[in-house]
Design a protein. Structure first.
Length: 350
């Protein structure tokens, strides 16, 4: 894989802001004038209902198919629908669905904890920190040091097995996404210790209910071996799908550091984000996250309105001389992988 330069983390390489939020205010006014921040309750009600009915249909299909290897094929539609469920939880966390915080939380708990076994509180805490400081080396949990690293400085300290992973992280990225579905559950359980007593009780009870219901669904239809294989396949495909929806959004984009507090909201979100071009199929598969720039500028904007906001944001950025990153789906993965490959380059022998 050809090397690509690691994105410059020096804010002086970015277009210098004049100051302030004055850049964002005219855009916000236009978006409000077109009603793009208004809730789309009917759209979400329809989508949620259809998704729940399809999930129920897959569950019935598992029982009708019964003890046969053909049942494993249903892991694919279940993984796709699980990703759809995750997108609903994501939108609820951003208050896109309902005006009431309580209603959004209830939707998030049902779709996250109960249906996916993924903590709504854990996801919200982590994801809101990401939105506040996207790609920030010290403040965004999504670019912190983990199994993968995102800067040459992070890579420099890797030794042993961790160093081997860093050297090969571009090649390992998609295979590692196969573990993401399980990793989300593990992180959710670990996060219960952080939560307050009442929140922990609600979240924990729903996570247990998910585990019991999921186990009952599979074990009443399949013998233990096939049930375990189905669960592994389902979670692998779910993690891959969800990871492929989030991967194109920021990897390989500008990474601000501690000296970049002078960036206003508009520049902070636009310069660190990447859109993915496509039509309705891309919108559906990526859960609207292909409009990452618009989503970061207006996180409470309902998902179906993001496409309409795109030309407004694009024109506004062009008028300011601000880069607006947009590419095709395959190229977005290519850019992310080239960035990961370049980060690991110092650890590879010449």
């Amino acid at each position: 894989m050809p090397q690509a330069p690691v994105p410059n983390t020096d804010s002086s390489s970015s277009p210098a802001p004049p100051d302030s939020g004055s850049e964002f205010t005219p855009l916000l006014r236009k978006v409000k004038e077109q009603g793009l921040l208004e809730r789309r309750t009917g759209w979400y009600a329809t989508g949620i209902t259809v998704n729940l009915l399809l999930l129920a249909a897959v569950a019935v299909g598992i029982h009708l198919a019964g003890d046969t290897w053909w049942t494993l094929l249903l892991a694919l539609p279940l993984a796709v629908l699980s990703a759809r469920t995750g997108f609903v939880g994501h939108d609820a966390g951003h208050a896109q669905i309902a005006r009431s915080r309580r209603t959004n939380r209830a939707i998030g708990l049902v779709h996250g904890n109960l249906l996916l076994g993924m903590s709504y509180a854990w996801w919200n805490d982590k994801h809101n920190r990401h939105h506040a400081n996207p790609n920030h080396i010290e403040k965004d949990p999504d670019v912190g040091v983990g199994v993968l690293v995102w800067t040459a400085e992070q890579a420099a300290d890797r030794r042993g097995f961790a160093g081997w992973v860093t050297r090969h992280q571009a090649k390992l990225f998609f295979p590692m996404l196969l573990l993401e579905g399980i990793a989300l559950k593990v992180s959710s359980i670990q996060d219960l210790r952080r939560q307050g007593t009442r929140e922990r009780a609600v979240e924990g009870l729903l996570l247990v209910a998910h585990l019991a219901g999921y186990a009952a669904l599979l074990l009443t239809a399949l013998p233990l071996g096939k049930a375990l294989l189905f669960a592994l396949l389902h979670h692998a495909l779910f993690g891959l799908h969800l990871g492929m929806a989030f991967a194109p959004n920021h990897k390989g984009m500008e990474m601000p550091g501690r000296d970049d507090q002078r960036w206003g909201h508009l520049r902070r979100q636009v310069i660190t984000s990447r859109n993915v071009r496509g039509g309705p199929v891309t919108d559906w598969l990526l859960g609207g996250l292909n409009y990452q720039i618009e989503h970061h500028l207006f996180p409470s904007m309902p998902r179906p309105n993001l496409r309409a906001a795109r030309p407004l944001v694009h024109r506004h950025c062009r008028a300011l001389g601000l880069p607006y990153a947009e590419t095709g789906l395959l190229d977005s993965y290519g850019q992310a992988l080239r960035h990961m490959h370049a980060v690991g380059a110092p650890l590879r022998p010449e």
